[in-house]
Design a protein around this ligand. Structure first.
Ligand SMILES: Cc1cc2nc3c(=O)[nH]c(=O)nc-3n(C[C@H](O)[C@H](O)[C@H](O)COP(=O)(O)OP(=O)(O)OC[C@H]3O[C@@H](n4cnc5c(N)ncnc54)[C@H](O)[C@@H]3O)c2cc1C
Length: 555
C-alpha cells in the first residue's frame, strides 16, 4: 500500500459506507468486522524463524504479513544465551527488536493465531482468529515446537528457570552448582559429558527408559559421577519456592540447584492439516517435525515452506534465525522466477488494496471533516490527495475549485474515483502510483498535498515521507490526518491472539515521522499539530482521536 492507501483499521470506522459492526461506541474490545488481507507471503509464527524470513522478503520489496500467537518456545526463560550479538538478552526483548526491524521495512506482524490454511484457485487462504482472512501467494510455516515434560509432580513449575533442557542454552548459569541430570530415555545420556565439564557436583538420576547396565552410565560411574537408577516421585521446593531436591520412589532425597531434562518435542502443524501436511518422526527420536528441503524449506505442499525448529527441531535461536533468513531468500527467488515467467512486476501491497476495492464501496464518499476545516481558508490551487481511496476528499476539493490529482496504489480505487468524478462532472486527474516509489509525484508542483489515514509502509530511509514533502510547492501546504496511535497502542496492549487485529500500525509511517522530517528542515513551518476528537459519528470503535498536522513550505 502506499501512496493511496487508507489505513486498514479505518475499515472499522463508522464513516465507512458499509459498517458491519454497527457499533461506533468506544467499547474496549468490540468484535471487529472480518477483513480479508492480501500479501505476497504469509508467515505463520513470528519468532526467530518467521521474523528472519520476513526481513529477507520485505527487503526484496515483497509484501509480508506475519501472524504470531506470542508464545515462542523459550518464553519461560529469563535470558537467551549463545546468540552472538544478543548474548544474555531476554527472549521478549530480542523479539521486540526483531519485530521493529521487520516493521521498518513495512512488513506487518499481527498478534493473532492462524486457525486453518487452505488452498484454492486464488492461492492460499488463511483463517485467522477474529474471523479475518489472509490471502497469500506463498506461506511459511514457522510455528515451532512445544515441549512435553516428563510427568513428575513439581517439575513443570521450574521449567525454563531451574529445570533446563540444554547445556548450551543455560548450562553455564548453573556452573559449579548441584546439577541433577534426569534421564528418561537413551537420548538423555547424550548431554551428560558436557555437564561434567560444567560442574563437579553432577548426579545422574535414571527415572526410566535406560537399562541400569548402559555402558555410558558405567563410564560416568568410573569417572566418579554418582548414578542412581530409581524413578522420581516428585520435585521438592524450599520455603521460598526454589528448587531444593528430587524425592525418589524409595524415599531418598537428591539435593539439586538445577535439573537437566530431555523433553518430547511436538511440531505445531495443526493449522496446516487441511493442506495434507503431517508431522513425521525426527531421526533423533526426540521430536515430530515437518520434512522440508534442507536448502529451500519447500515442503511436499507446493508453495508452503517450513522454517526454523518446525523443520529442524534441534536448532538454537541463532541458527533458527539463519534458517528463516535462508527460507525467505529462497521464496524471494521462487516469486521472482514466477513473476519473470509471467512478465509481471507486481508492486508490493497493491494486491492488498485492490482486494479491498474489488467488493462493496468502502467509504461514505463524504470528505474528511478535518480536511474541510483546514482547507476552508486556503485559496484553491493545485492539490494532490495521496491515498485517495474512492475519492471523497479529492472530489470535495474539486468542488471547491482545486485542480486535483487523486493518487492511489490501487487501480480499482481510482476507477471508482473516475466514475464518480464523471457522474458529478468534476475534473479530477488520477495517478496510480506507490508513495514509496522513486519520485512518484511531480516535485514542488502542488499547493496542497493532503492525506487522510494514508497507510504508507515504513522504509528505513522514510522515502514515503520525503516523497510527500517534495511534492509541495514553495508556499504550499502539507496536511496529514491520522488516527492517534496512542489510542491504538492502548487497545493493542491488551490484544489477545484469540482475536487477531487485522493490521499492524507499527509497519506504517506515522504523524511523528512527518513532524521529525518537517522539524529537521528549515524549509518548513508547522502551523497545526493537534490531537482532536473525531467528529461525531465518525469515531470508530477503536479510534476516538485524530491527529491533524498542517505545515507550510516556506521555500
Ligand atoms: C526453556 C527454553 C529455553 C531456551 N533457551 C535458549 C537459549 O538460551 N538460547 C538458544 O539459542 N535457544 C534457546 N532455546 C531454544 C529456542 O527456544 C528455539 O531455538 C527457538 O525458539 C526456535 O524458534 P522458532 O522461530 O523456530 O520457534 P518459536 O520460537 O517456538 O516460535 C514459534 C512461534 O509461532 C507462533 N505460533 C505457533 N502456532 C501459531 C499459529 N497457529 N498462529 C500464529 N502463530 C503461531 C508461536 O506463538 C511462536 O511465537 C530454548 C528453548 C526452551 C524450551
Amino acid at each position: 500500500m502506499t501512496s493511496s492507501d487508507q489505513h486498514p483499521e479505518d475499515q472499522h470506522s463508522a464513516d465507512r459506507a458499509h459498517d458491519h459492526s454497527g457499533d461506533s461506541s468506544a467499547e474496549p474490545h468490540p468484535a471487529l468486522p472480518s477483513i480479508t488481507r492480501h500479501a505476497d507471503v504469509a508467515i505463520i509464527g513470528g519468532s526467530a524463524a518467521g521474523l528472519a524470513a520476513a526481513l529477507q522478503l520485505s527487503r526484496q520489496q515483497r509484501s509480508v504479513i506475519v501472524v504470531d500467537a506470542g508464545d515462542p518456545r523459550n518464553a519461560p526463560a529469563a535470558a537467551m544465551h549463545s546468540y552472538l550479538g544478543h548474548e544474555g538478552r531476554s527472549p521478549a526483548d530480542f523479539l521486540r527488536i526483531a519485530r521493529a526491524e521487520v516493521c521498518s521495512y513495512g512488513a506487518e506482524v499481527l498478534t493473532g493465531r492462524a486457525l486453518d490454511v487452505a488452498r484454492d484457485a486464488e492461492g492460499f487462504r488463511i483463517e485467522l482468529t477474529g474471523g479475518h482472512v489472509l490471502r497469500a501467494r506463498r506461506v511459511v510455516a514457522a510455528t515451532g515446537l512445544t515441549d512435553e515434560l516428563p510427568e513428575i509432580p513439581g517439575l513443570a513449575e521450574h521449567w525454563g528457570t531451574s529445570v533446563i533442557h540444554c547445556p548450551f542454552c543455560h548450562g553455564y548459569e548453573s556452573r559449579d552448582r548441584r546439577i541433577v541430570a534426569l534421564v528418561t530415555s537413551p537420548v538423555g545420556l547424550h548431554a551428560l559429558p558436557l555437564l561434567r565439564q560444567l560442574t563437579e557436583q553432577l548426579t545422574v538420576v535414571v527415572h526410566g527408559g535406560v537399562p541400569a547396565e548402559d555402558p555410558q552410565l558405567a563410564t560416568l560411574k568410573s569417572a566418579g559421577v554418582p548414578v542412581i537408577v530409581e524413578p522420581v516421585e516428585r520435585i521438592l521446593d524450599d520455603d521460598a519456592g526454589r528448587l531444593r531436591a528430587l524425592r525418589l520412589a524409595d524415599g531418598t532425597e537428591v539435593p539439586a540447584d538445577t535439573i537437566l531434562i530431555g523433553t518430547r518435542l511436538h511440531a505445531r502443524v495443526a493449522p496446516f492439516a487441511g493442506l495434507g501436511l503431517a508431522a513425521s518422526e525426527h531421526p533423533t527420536g526426540i521430536a515430530s517435525y515437518v520434512e522440508a528441503d534442507p536448502v529451500t524449506g519447500a515442503t511436499a505442499v507446493p508453495g508452503l515452506y517450513a522454517a526454523g525448529t518446525l523443520a529442524e527441531p534441534t536448532l538454537q535461536v541463532l541458527p533458527t534465525a539463519a534458517a528463516g533468513g535462508r527460507v525467505g531468500a529462497m521464496i524471494s527467488f521462487d516469486l521472482a522466477q514466477e513473476d519473470l515467467e509471467a512478465a509481471a512486476r507486481p508492486v508490493a501491497h497493491a494486491a492488498d488494496w485492490d482486494g479491498r476495492y474489488s467488493g462493496d464501496l468502502q467509504w461514505s464518499g463524504n470528505p474528511n471533516g478535518s480536511l474541510v476545516a483546514e482547507a476552508a481558508g486556503l485559496t484553491p490551487g493545485t492539490a494532490l490527495d495521496i491515498g485517495a481511496g474512492e475519492g471523497g476528499d479529492a472530489l470535495w476539493l474539486a468542488e471547491q475549485g482545486w485542480r486535483v490529482t487523486a493518487s492511489d496504489i490501487s487501480k480499482l480505487a481510482l476507477e471508482r474515483v473516475r466514475a464518480e468524478a464523471q457522474r458529478r462532472s468534476l475534473p479530477v486527474e488520477t495517478l496510480q502510483t506507490d508513495a514509496n516509489a522513486a519520485e512518484p509525484f511531480d516535485r514542488a508542483r502542488y499547493d496542497l498535498v493532503t492525506a487522510a489515514y494514508a497507510s504508507i509502509p515504513r522504509t528505513p530511509d522514510a522515502r514515503g515521507v520525503t516523497n510527500f514533502l517534495d511534492a509541495v510547492a514553495p508556499g504550499g501546504r502539507l496536511l496529514i490526518i491520522n488516527h492517534d496511535v496512542s489510542d491504538i497502542r492502548e487497545t493493542l496492549s491488551t490484544a489477545e491472539p484469540e482475536s487477531t487485529r487485522p493490521f499492524d500500525h507499527e509497519a506504517f509511517v506515522g504523524t511523528d515521522d512527518f513532524v521529525e522530517a518537517l522539524t529537521a528542515s528549515p524549509e518548513w513551518e508547522i502551523e497545526v499539530n493537534e490531537r482532536r476528537e473525531r467528529p461525531a459519528g465518525a469515531a470508530s470503535a477503536h479510534h476516538v482521536h485524530d491527529v491533524v498536522l498542517r505545515a507550510r513550505r516556506l521555500s
